[in-house]
Design a binder for this molecule. Structure first.
Ligand code: ATP
Ligand code: MG
Length: 418
């Protein structure tokens, strides 16, 4: 049921659980609207805590710290889905928590998530729950080759192992310490997409155009906004994300990740109950960023419009780049000074974001660069120049299959109207 909450006015305090870069960008957006941000996170050196108006260094289960947070802020949000449920339940007794514990509980568990997608009429990859030796003996061999994923706590491809045989599944299950897993059939992807939606307490809702995402080594590397896909597929992906948010009476920003198969079918992969790495381009490319939407929902303000102002390509900057000598690119053992930022900033339309992390580690997200263009081709051309400056692979070429479908449909329409 729609609830009309009275807005928290600028100057009020907003609370955030989590100290990562998503929290940092949320704090920036909330502060720009005039709010003050109180961050609670367990470690002293974190990107969000550093820019917050105040930072409480405490464990998420610390009752004193949670009590203080609840007393001092008008509403609480989170920047990662694995917040312990008791912390959210405690906070929710005292202060609005957006999104609520129920949505996080679904997103914390891959099997729950798949059940929920299926119940909402959204297709998922063929899969089986693997929680015991019996399950390993019994699953349908049609799921191979597949990917064994832990049902909980996975991110950036961690907690996943590719498997080709039943014996591989048994070995992978042991390697994952026998925790509950899901075995997913490995699908032939045309490309990966994601759709962001924001839903407010009064039930109003907006969706963003899908982004096209390229992963490398299980970690998001490149996002194109908008995705190079057929309009009908884009519309179907947006409808699915909107339907999910409505069905949960979700409050906040939600991202739904999809696989687009080579036959044109859309399959939901997972959802994130928060702003998402693939949506960083919304900061510069859309009228309202995903982080501003999060702040607006939290403060019970009207949603912003999600119009795309300029096509954009976002490149993730990983800690690996600090393990190379600037100029020569030669590998070094200890992290050095990192990329030559002046070469990146010299590219027109390139917007650099660094998250202020003290220590560069391989695979760690240190920042991102969004390249804007008058059209996607120009944004891509600029992104290629930034990739050359950073010494990373340029974005892959257009998706296979789907783009052909797109061209076929367009050709058919042109032929019809001729
Ligand atoms: P993150 O939380 O960073 O998005 P994750 O660790 O939760 O990632 P997934 O999104 O499930 O993991 O998978 C990571 C990547 O592995 C996907 O983006 C995709 O490239 C590939 N992948 C996962 N499942 C499948 C599948 N069933 N078929 C083909 N590729 C897959
Ligand atoms: Mg994912």
């Amino acid at each position: 049921m729609a609830v009309t909450a009275s807005p928290l006015l600028p100057g009020a305090w907003l609370g955030l659980l989590g100290g990562g870069q998503l929290g940092r960008m949320f704090a920036h957006a909330a502060q720009r609207l005039g709010y003050r941000v109180l961050v609670l996170a367990p470690d002293n050196d974190n990107p969000a805590g550093r820019v917050a108006d105040e930072f409480l260094c405490a464990d998420y289960a610390d009752p004193t710290a949670l009590g203080e947070l609840a007393r001092r802020v008008g509403a609480v949000t989170t920047e990662f889905e694995n917040v312990p449920a008791p912390a959210l339940e405690f906070l929710a007794q005292h202060v609005p928590v957006r999104p609520g514990a129920a949505a996080l509980a679904i997103a914390q568990d891959r099997l729950e998530e798949k059940r929920f997608f299926t119940a909402s009429g959204i297709r998922v990859a063929p899969h089986a729950a693997i929680a015991s030796e019996t399950d390993i003996a019994a699953f349908d061999a049609g799921l191979l080759p597949g990917i064994l994923k832990t049902t909980r706590l996975g991110y950036d491809g961690k907690g996943q192992i590719r498997v080709a045989t039943r014996a591989d599944v048994a070995a992978a299950f042991r390697q994952l310490d026998g925790v509950p897993c899901v075995l997913e059939q490995q699908l032939a992807l045309s490309c990966e997409l994601s759709v962001l939606v924001a839903r407010a307490t009064d039930g109003s809702i907006v969706s963003y155009p899908p982004t096209e995402n390229e992963h490398r080594g299980g970690i998001l590397a490149v996002s194109l906004l908008p995705a190079r896909i057929d309009e009908e597929i884009a519309a179907a992906a947006r409808r699915a994300a909107l339907a999910l948010a409505q069905r949960m009476a979700y409050t906040g920003v939600l991202c739904l990740e999809f696989f687009l198969l080579q036959d044109g079918a859309l399959v939901a992969n997972e959802m994130a109950p928060r702003p998402h790495n693939s949506g960083h381009a919304t900061i510069e490319a859309c009228s309202t960023s995903q982080f501003e939407q999060q702040a607006r929902v939290l403060a019970s303000l009207p949603l912003g419009d999600a119009t795309l102002l300029a096509p954009a390509v976002t490149l993730n900057v990983l800690g690996d780049l600090w393990f190379r000598e600037a100029g020569t690119g030669a590998a070094i053992d200890a992290p050095g000074a990192g990329p030559r930022w002046s070469d990146v900033l010299a590219v027109p339309g390139a917007k650099m974001h660094l998250y202020g992390k003290n220590e560069a580690r391989r695979g760690r997200k240190m920042g991102h660069v969004t390249c804007l263009g008058a059209n996607l081709e120009q944004a891509l051309e600029r992104a290629r120049r930034v990739c050359a400056a950073l010494g990373i692979e340029p974005p892959q070429t257009a998706p296979v299959g789907a783009i052909a479908l797109h061209d076929l449909r367009r050709a058919a329409r042109t032929a019809d109207s001729a």
